[in-house]
Design a protein around this ligand. Sequence first.
Ligand code: GLP
Length: 272
Amino acid sequence: MSPSPKPAERTLHLAESNSTVLVFADADAASKAAADRIVRIIAQAVAARGKAILGLATGATPEKVYDDLAARVRDGGLSFRDVTTYNLDEYYPIQPLDALSYRTYMHRHLFSRVDLAPNRAHILDGTVPETFASEHAAQFDRWIDDDGGLDLQLLGIGRNGHIGFNEPLDLTVEAFAALPTRLVDLHPITKVDAVREFGSVDAVIPRALTMGVRQILGARTILMLATGPKKAAIVAEALKGPITAAVPASLLRTVADKVVWLLDEPAAAELG
Ligand code: GLP
């Protein structure tokens, strides 16, 4: 039996968007709600197709979600036996054992704590020679397509609205929505936010491999988790401003019926 989701403190109905926006008292409650939904999605996908294909995120935001999932596996209430994962992004270039790699992050926060087969945990490879980067990225998209697409994509949001490392670009919405997995340059705001891990802006690895917007928007369910006051302005812009490639997360409104925004009160503060 999978647990049913905890009720949100409140559900917002925004005139500008028909997205489901659930607001919780704090980050712990929002993270618990995300974990509850992931557990249900795994159970439903495994029942329907014998496997669950999850798109996973890094950053500070999902850490509590992974703690919750790991605790359920430890207690025997959840298994990753039939799960395959694809991570959103990885710095480039970076060695997998580098303390700052997303491979290391995922090992620490989830993979080492659950029964996920190592050959089913896919993370873009920060060691591929640059001449092979686009082929590696295209192969990553083919693997996801061959797995039947993502049952779930868990997302965070950058302060500039990025999803994965799909940074704001001067493109039409249609062109942005079609972007494949690829090598990208990080945006100045992203580099400033990465000082937390790298120590200084100059030390931040300025490029990354990121899952493309096409694959993210193609997921059958998208969970956007945003917590804390620093996300309030961009959450409001993404949900109430124009749908534009200048605010990547605003494109989630083009597939609003399968997106759930899980916010804490500080992140929802500018939604009214
Ligand atoms: C990072 C990651 C994103 C993440 C976002 C927010 O740089 N590449 O996938 O969602 O920025 O990070 P945080 O949760 O630490 O605020």
